[in-house]
Design a protein around this ligand. Sequence first.
Ligand SMILES: *Cc1c(COP(=O)(O)O)cnc(C)c1O
Length: 468
Amino acid sequence: MMKYISTRGNAPELTFEDVLLTGLATDGGLYVPKDVPQFSPEEIESWRDLPYTELAHKVIYQFVEGCVDSAALQNMLNDVYSGFGHKAVAPLQQIDHNEYVLELFHGPTLAFKDFALQLLGRLLDYVLERRHEKVVIMGATSGDTGSAAIEGTKACRNVDIFILHPHGKVSEVQRRQMTTVKGDNIFNIAIEGNFDQAQDMVKASFGNQQFLRGERKLVAVNSINWARIMAQIVYYFYSALNLGGPLRPMAYSVPTGNFGDIFAGYMAKKMGLPIEQLIIATNSNDVLHRLMSRNQYEVHPLQHTITPSMDIAVSSNFERLLFDLYDRDGAKLADLMARMNAKKDVVSLDEDKLAKAREQFDSYAVSEEMTVATMQEVFAETGYLLDPHTAIGVKAARECRRNARIPMITLGTAHPVKFEEAVLRAGFDMPKLPHHLADLMEREERVNVLPADLDTVQRFIAANTFKD
Ligand SMILES: *Cc1c(COP(=O)(O)O)cnc(C)c1O
C-alpha cells in the first residue's frame, strides 16, 4: 500500500485515505508519495488505445491501492468522465505545426479543476461511507476552485461544503456557477471583504477547528490535497500517447498559479513518461519566474489581472518540488520554508539546487498586453479563441521552446466564456455558454452575505452543519 510522507519530515506517514481527509501535515508540510510508481516505456506503450477512463485507472490505482477497491475506482472514473461534454474527455486542438492545446475545459464548470474535483467528491463519499463519518469542506475562492468543488461534491451524502468568495469581486459567470447549484449541503458565503480576508478565515479555521465541536473535521479542496494532483497526472499520459509518446518525447507549457497542474506533469515524468521540457508560464504574479531566472525568492503583493485564476502571491505546491530538489531532506526543507515564509529577506536556493530545477523547468512571465496579443494572434492564425490563461501558456511555449521537432502541448486550462474582461479587451464577442449552462443567467441564486468576521462565519457554518 502506498504511503505518504510530509515534505517537512516531522509528521506521521499516512495512507491515501488519511491524506485525502487531511489538509496540511501536522508539521506544516505537504504530503507526497513515499515511493513514486514507475512504468516502463513498453508498459506505457501498451496503453495507447485505452479510452481516458481506463488509462486513468492505470495511473491512479497505483496511488490508492489498498484504500479504494479497483472496480469501485473504475466505476467512479466512468461516472466522472462520462459527464464531460466531449467524448474524448481531454481532446487536443492543433494550433500550428507540432503545436497543440490540450483542452481541459469540457467538465461541468469549464476549467481543468473539474478533472480532479469531480473525482475528489466521489472518493470522499466512498471512504466516508465506509468510516461512517461526515466532514466539512471549507474553502476560499477567487474563481474557478469554488465552482469546481461545489459541482464535485453536490451529490455527496457525507460532505457539507462552505465556499467563501469576496462579495462583488468575482465575475458574474463564476459567481453564478457557484450560487445556482442546488443541494442542501452547499453553502455560498459572500464575504464583505477581499479574497485575502476570506482566505485568512479559512486558514484560521483549519488551525483551530473547535467550532465544529470535535464532531466533524475540515477537509481541504485546494491543490495542497494530494488527490487533486494525482488526478491531473492522467492527462499528461493521455495527450502524449495520442501524439506518439512514449516513443517520442513531448514538451508541455502550463499556465501556473499554485504549481499544482505543472507538478502533476513533473510527476508524470518521474513515473516514466518522456517529457523533454516543462514550462512554468505565469502572469505578472511571477514569484516563480523570478526565482527560476534570478534565484531570488521574494513575495510581492498580489496583483489583480485578467487571468484571475493565476493570481497568487505564493505558490504553495512549489514546496513539493523543493522537497525533491533538496533530496527529500525534511529538516533542510523545514528550515528553507521557514525562511521563505518569513517574507522578510530575499531567499536564494543553493546553486546546485537551482541548477537541478533549471534542468527540469523553464519559465516565462506574461504581461496582460502579451496575453491579449496572443489571443488575437492565435485567432488570426487559426480562428481559435484561447482563454486568457491558456494564452499565457501559448506565449510562454513560443518564447521558451527548445526543439521545434518535439510536439509542444499547452494545457488549455479554461474555456474563454468564463473570462469576459479578457475576451472583450482582445476585441472579440463573447462566445456562447455551452448547452448545459445556457440558462445560467436565469437560474435562481443562493448566497449568504456575511461580514468579514471569523466568529460570525464559524457560527454560520456550525449552525448549518448540525441542523439535523
Ligand atoms: C487554477 C487555474 C490555473 C492554475 O493552476 P495551478 O494548479 O494553481 O497552477 C490556471 N488556469 C486556470 C483557468 C485555473 O482555473
